[in-house]
Design a protein around this ligand. Structure first.
Ligand code: SAH
Length: 240
C-alpha cells in the first residue's frame, strides 16, 4: 500500500511523456503533408484553372518541392500565387508562369535546354525532371553558389550551372533544342537565336515597362514569333 502513491506518480509521468511524444509527432509530421496539400491546391487553383493541360508539366509541378527554393522566412508563402523575393533584388517566378513557360516548350524528354537566369534554381529543377540536360546561366555569383548547392543537395545530376552573362549564351554547349529566358531583355539577344537548333523553340519575356512573353520557333533558318501574354519579369542585366 505504501508503494501505491509513488507508483501512481511514475505511471502518470510515463503516460504524460508518451502523450508528449505523440504530440511531437503530431506537430512535426504534417509539415511535409501540409506542403503537399498546398502544392496540390496550387496545381488546381492557379495552374489547371488557368488552362495548363500538359500532364507531364502538371506532374512535375506536383513533384518538385517549391518550398525548398524560397527563403526560410517566406516558407509560408512558398505556394502562393505570386513571385517571391530570393535576395539581390531578384525573384522566383509565380508558379503559373513557370508552368506556362514549361508547357510552351513542348518537351519530349531528349532535349538539351539552356536557361538564362538561374535565380533560385526552381525552373532549372522543373526542366531537369523533363529533359536530358539543362544548362543554366546566372549573372549574380551569390545566387549561382546558392542554386548550385541546392540542386546538388537535391541530387540533380543533369543540370550544369554557370556564372556568366546570358546575352552571350553558352557557345561551348550550343546548339540547344530549347532556350528559356527568365529575365527580360529589351530585345531578343542574337546569340541566343544563333544557339538554337533548327526546329528549336525559345520562350522569352521581351520589353521594359511593357513586357510580352514570346514563343519563337526557328524553322528553315527563319524565326516565327508568337506573343503569348503580357508579363512582368526582372530585367536582364547588361554586364557591359
Ligand atoms: N528562373 C528563376 C527566376 C529567376 S529571376 C527561378 O526559377 O528562380 C531572373 C534571374 O535572372 C535573376 O536571378 C537575375 O540575377 C538573372 N539575370 C539577370 N540578368 C542576367 C543576365 N544578363 N545573364 C544571366 N542571368 C541574368
Amino acid at each position: 500500500m505504501r508503494f501505491m502513491f509513488p507508483m501512481f506518480v511514475i505511471l502518470l509521468v510515463l503516460i504524460s511523456h508518451k502523450l508528449m511524444l505523440a504530440q511531437d509527432t503530431v506537430t512535426s509530421a504534417p509539415v511535409g503533408a501540409d506542403f503537399r496539400i498546398l502544392r496540390e491546391n496550387m496545381i488546381k487553383t492557379q495552374i489547371e484553372a488557368r488552362g495548363v493541360k500538359d500532364k507531364a508539366v502538371l506532374a512535375v509541378m506536383r513533384k518538385v518541392e517549391r518550398h525548398k527554393f524560397v527563403p526560410q522566412e517566406l516558407l509560408h508563402a512558398a505556394y502562393a500565387d505570386m513571385p517571391l523575393p530570393i535576395g539581390r533584388g531578384q525573384t522566383i517566378s509565380q508558379p503559373y508562369i513557370v508552368a506556362l513557360m514549361t508547357e510552351l516548350l513542348q518537351l519530349k524528354g531528349k532535349e538539351k535546354v539552356l536557361e538564362i537566369g538561374t535565380g533560385s534554381g526552381y525552373q532549372a529543377a522543373i526542366l531537369a525532371e523533363l529533359v536530358k540536360e539543362v544548362y543554366t546561366i546566372e549573372i549574380l555569383p551569390e545566387l549561382v553558389k546558392r542554386a548550385e548547392k541546392l540542386l546538388k543537395d537535391l541530387n540533380y545530376k543533369n543540370i550544369r550551372v554557370k556564372c556568366g552573362d546570358g546575352y552571350a549564351g553558352w557557345p561551348e554547349f550550343s546548339p540547344f533544342d530549347v532556350i528559356i529566358v527568365t529575365c527580360a531583355p529589351e530585345e531578343i539577344p542574337s546569340a541566343l537565336i544563333e544557339q538554337l537548333t533548327e526546329g528549336g523553340r525559345m520562350v522569352i519575356p521581351v520589353g521594359v515597362a511593357h513586357q510580352e512573353l514570346k514563343l519563337l520557333i526557328k524553322s528553315g533558318g527563319k524565326i516565327q514569333q508568337k506573343a503569348i501574354i503580357p508579363v512582368r519579369f526582372v530585367p536582364m542585366i547588361k554586364s557591359k
